[in-house]
Design a protein around this ligand. Structure first.
Ligand code: NAP
Length: 296
């Protein structure tokens, strides 16, 4: 069982849209996609128990079962804590959050089985639970780590104070938050400051606003962003998506995007975004295009 510290790749591939919630990949599609990502040098895949109404982990896991050689090549993140109402979880009466020790431990067991692996690399609490107790969570994490079932832990969508609280009980390696040119909260609400303070890597879900930045239905805000980003794309011989990811990379906290594409060529483009370096003024051009006003 690996116990070396986790090192997160500069681009993480999200799996939320690969299965029932999106492209409805077959096992062969998953296999091609995983192999192609690995060929590009990207090995980090982001899951959650709920994706595809609790089906995506096991679809992905079917490839790992068929190809055990892949296990040592991929790094797997998954999450628990949201209880969705789903025919696959008939006991859930309403949507709720659960960070009890019992739920965390049971969810890890379910995810291990679904992914067909013996160890999860990074396990995240998906959302802050209003009833969470940091000592209880830390005890669950400790037990799972000791048993070799999880290498490292993190959280998602935690406020800076929630992160601080839990991090003082148990070490966390990331806070996965929504961050993009369309969603700027993390830049000003203390989330990224705190990551810098603790040397924790922030990871950013929906780095393209869930695709809104490419949509045919264009809001004035998206139009302003595209105009500036396309200008920068031309200047840096890059594409619109690469400039939008470079906006995240450029932050000193080293934000790692979790891209949600189902297309290998877009994963490849995302990787190339690491070479785009804009000036500070250009970064603020994008900021201003997003907010619609100059900074104070
Ligand atoms: N922790 C959380 O609470 C949370 C919440 C949501 C998501 N996530 C994670 O974050 C990952 C990414 O989220 P997301 O899927 O919303 O992110 P996203 O990367 O902002 O959006 C992905 C969507 O954008 C489209 N897209 C990407 N590049 C494009 C381009 N160049 N032109 C046109 N369309 C393009 C994709 O379509 P194509 O497939 O056609 O490229 C896909 O529909 C998820 O897979 C999941 O792992 C976490």
């Amino acid at each position: 069982m690996t116990t070396t510290p986790v090192k997160i790749s500069p681009i993480i591939v999200g799996t939320m849209r690969l299965g029932a919630w999106g492209a409805q990949f077959s096992t062969a599609d998953y296999e091609r996609f995983i192999d192609a990502c690995l060929d590009l040098g990207i090995n980090d895949f982001d899951h959650a128990d709920i994706y595809g109404h609790y089906t995506t982990e096991s679809e992905f896991g079917a490839v790992l079962k068929k190809r055990p050689d892949l296990r040592s090549k991929v790094q797997l993140t998954t999450k628990c804590g949201i209880r969705l109402v789903s025919e696959n979880r008939p006991a859930h009466r309403i949507k709720s959050y659960d960070s009890s020790k019992e739920h965390i431990v049971a969810s890890v067991e379910e995810s291990l089985k679904a992914l067909s692996v013996e160890q999860i690399d990074i396990f995240l609490l998906h959302r802050p639970d209003y009833l969470m107790h940091p000592h209880e969570i830390a005890t669950a994490f400790e037990q799972l780590k000791k048993a070799g079932k999880v290498r490292a832990f993190g959280v998602s969508n935690f406020t800076a104070s929630q992160f601080d609280l839990l991090h003082s009980f148990t070490p966390l390696v990331t806070n996965q938050v929504e961050a993009s040119i369309l969603h700027l909260d993390a830049f000003g609400d203390g989330t990224l400051d705190q990551c810098l303070k603790h040397g924790v890597v922030p990871t950013a879900w929906s780095p393209f606003g869930g695709g809104a930045l490419f949509s045919e239905e264009v809001t004035p805000r998206v139009e302003r962003i595209r105009e500036v980003a396309n200008g920068l794309a031309e200047k840096y011989s890059a594409s619109l998506d690469q400039v939008l990811l470079a906006f995240l990379h450029q932050h000193p906290a080293g934000i790692i995007p979790v891209v949600g594409t189902t297309k290998v060529e877009r994963v490849e483009a995302a990787l190339k975004s690491l070479t785009v370096k804009m000036t500070r003024e250009e970064w603020y051009d994008l900021w201003q295009a997003s907010t619609g006003e100059e900074v104070a």
